[in-house]
Design a protein around this ligand. Structure first.
Ligand code: CP
Length: 305
């Protein structure tokens, strides 16, 4: 096992499958306090609801204690302390660090100066590997397999770190993709080159209706206001897609709609009670998956299945 989880590339296909298997064990037995006496640091330099609270729930259920902050204004960073010094201090106080930060590459840097394992809880538009693992767990639970699925990624494919990590992780499992986005938010070329090198088929479209009826998974994303430097560009694309109930009336019976959340207007509320909606369950799966990730990085293996 790697010491840190910074990018989904830090996990092999075998690591991923073992993590999903552990997550299933935690879903069956959610209170397994193997981390009694351990301290987990949760340090969030950017807002979060699901990632922070599900990690903290996971650590609590494992019996660990939690320190940290979710408001940088309450820390000595406001006095000019560097990220390096902050991480060195926090790694002196804890057994594991969970960090979200707006700068791409900040999590990798933190792992290089930390004496304890670091988990990337999102670094700018770069990666969100724990979201990817919970997405994979959700896909496996709902589809009964990971192999050979057709996945539509919709919305902000340029800045959306969750789609970058998910696309790379799914590449182990022979997927095909439809990328649906406005011109301004297309999947970056480096990720498309990655798929080409692996022989994985994809198509690109601006039309949300295209390919919906063939999809096994429709993965909606929010247009991320916080990543735009030009507010006019954001205004132009912010409400570009909204999936509603009538649009999915001819979809595959077992098609599931995922969204990392928070949503703004990308999924109409009339979809929430449909059998295709799975985004709230997906967020719940984050607790079990993050219990597995913490346990794996701290090398706790003797879990009840
Ligand atoms: N999916 C996700 O990362 O949500 P939060 O920003 O609320 O953590």
């Amino acid at each position: 096992m790697p010491k840190h989880l910074i990018s989904i590339h830090d996990f092999t296909c075998d690591d991923i499958l073992k993590t999903l298997e552990m997550a299933r064990g935690f879903e069956n037995n959610p209170y397994q306090p193997f981390l009694k006496g351990k301290i987990v640091a949760s340090i969030f330099f950017e807002p979060s609801t699901r990632t922070r609270l599900s990690f903290e729930t996971a650590a609590n259920r494992l019996g660990a204690r939690i320190i940290g902050f979710s408001d940088v204004d309450s820390t000595s960073i406001t006095k000019g302390e560097s990220l390096k010094d902050t991480i060195k201090m926090v790694s002196n106080y804890s057994d594991l660090i969970i960090m979200r930060h707006p700068l791409e590459g900040s999590a990798r840097y933190a792992s290089e100066v930390s004496s304890v394992p670091v988990i990337n809880a999102g670094d700018g538009a770069n990666q969100h590997p724990t979201q990817t693992l919970l997405d994979l767990y959700s896909i496996l639970k709902t589809q009964g397999k990971l192999d050979g699925l057709r996945i539509n990624l919709v919305g902000d494919l340029k800045y959306g770190r969750t789609v970058h990590s998910l696309m790379q992780a799914m590449s182990f499992f022979n997927p095909s993709f439809v990328f649906t986005s406005p011109e301004e938010l297309k999947m970056p070329q480096e990720y498309k080159d990655y798929l080409v090198a692996k022989g994985i088929p994809y198509t690109e479209t601006k039309n949300l209706h295209e390919g919906l009826n063939d999809a096994d998974i429709i993965y909606m994303t929010r247009v991320q206001k916080e990543r735009f430097t030009d507010p006019i560009e954001y205004e132009r694309v912010k409400n570009v897609y909204s999936l509603n109930l009538s649009m999915i009336s001819n979809c595959k019976p077992n098609m599931k709609i995922l969204h990392p959340l928070p949503r703004v207007n990308e999924i109409s509320q009339d979809v929430d009670n449909s059998s295709h909606a799975y985004y709230f369950e997906q967020a719940e799966n984050g607790v079990y998956t993050r219990m597995a990730i913490i346990s794996k990085l701290l090398e706790i293996d003797n879990l009840t299945k």
